[in-house]
Design a protein around this ligand. Structure first.
Ligand code: SF4
Length: 90
């Protein structure tokens, strides 16, 4: 059972963005199931909101996360057809 508030519509958790199957499973165990607070996706969401969260940001991409967290607010979502599919839980 995932322990992250974004798991219901997270493209990484749902398998819409991924690396190798082994790496994906490792990251799900590390972030989604054990410690979402370390996930780059969740950290961007909490700090800047959904509009700032790139569709394809990987949970361990701290470099991109830091770029987003240190720049002014902008819309980083670049998902399929630019359609925002997130449900706003706030
Ligand atoms: S990848 Fe991150 S945001 Fe997505 S469900 Fe896992 S912990 Fe949550």
């Amino acid at each position: 059972m995932p322990d992250c508030l974004l798991s219901v519509d997270c493209p990484f958790f749902k398998g819409l963005i991924r690396r190798s199957p082994e790496a994906t499973e490792r990251m799900k165990k590390r972030f989604c199931m054990a410690n979402p607070a370390e996930c780059a996706r969740l950290r961007v969401y909490k700090a800047k909101g959904r509009h700032a969260l790139p569709y394809a940001l990987m949970p361990d991409d701290y470099e991109q996360m830091n770029q987003i967290l240190t720049t002014k607010a902008q819309d980083n979502y670049r998902g399929p057809s630019q359609k925002k599919t997130y449900i706003d839980l706030s």
